[in-house]
Design a protein around this ligand. Structure first.
Ligand code: NAG
Length: 213
């Protein structure tokens, strides 16, 4: 996978904690689990994001009310690009962990000919921020997109970690999502929204020590 780090300027905004619904069950001690989550960025201002955590704490779904970009007559330069960074606080059991992070994004795109929409997602762990994986999906306007269509973006990012403490450790997975519109025709209009994002952990291998008391 290619990296487009230079295109992704981190947004220095305070993360908005999100009240998590669900997650009442106790996660299994030998599995990676999502402890809490937050979101930050101009695509997800406070009060526009919801989240829902699965009872096993392996899948989280975010809903976005304001993650939308626009181009064309009457729009501003700042309407063309928005980002929303997801921060997932994770609890790791001790040992070697290999997990696939699977993300699915749904939204709506309506793009006239000459307008291109691009959706970038950059995945990195706070403890190893230099190692990033970026996925990119582009839609060229015109044809079926001129009338508007629902789209789906799916990512699969492999991750591996070794936790030396038998009691496990915590970590933060960040997913910086950015949508940007470019246009070769200033009178053509376009819009893209990202309505939801689901991030799931599928753990493949784990080696656990004795349960921590
Ligand atoms: C630019 O976009 C407008 C609006 O969609 C369209 O009417 C016009 O034909 C386009 N111009 C070119 C050169 O494609």
């Amino acid at each position: 996978m290619r990296s487009f780090v230079a295109l992704l300027t981190p947004v220095l905004a305070a993360a908005t904690p999100i009240g998590i619904i669900g997650g009442s069950d106790t996660p299994k001690p030998d599995e990676i689990s999502i402890v809490s989550a937050s979101a930050s960025g101009n695509g997800c201002p406070q009060g526009t994001v919801t989240s829902d955590l699965s009872p096993d704490r392996k899948v989280i779904t975010f809903g976005f009310d304001a993650f939308q970009v626009y181009t064309g007559p009457g729009t501003k330069q700042s309407d063309k690009s928005k980002n929303c960074q997801l921060h997932l606080n994770l609890k790791y059991p001790g040992g070697f962990q290999f997990a696939i992070v699977e993300s699915t994004y749904h939204g709506y795109a309506q793009l006239e000919a000459g307008v291109t929409g691009t959706f970038y997602s950059t995945y990195y762990f706070s403890q190893d921020a230099a190692a990033t994986t970026t996925t990119r999906t582009s839609i060229d306007g015109g044809g079926i997109w001129a009338d508007g269509q629902v789209y789906t973006k799916q990512d699969q990012v492999p991750t591996a970690s070794v936790i030396w403490s038998p009691c496990g450790a915590t970590g933060i997975l960040n997913v910086n999502n950015r949508i940007a519109l470019t246009s070769s025709n200033s009178s053509a209009s376009g819009q893209i929204s990202d309505d939801d994002a689901t991030v799931a952990f599928t753990q493949q291998v784990h080696v656990s020590w004795q349960a921590c008391k």
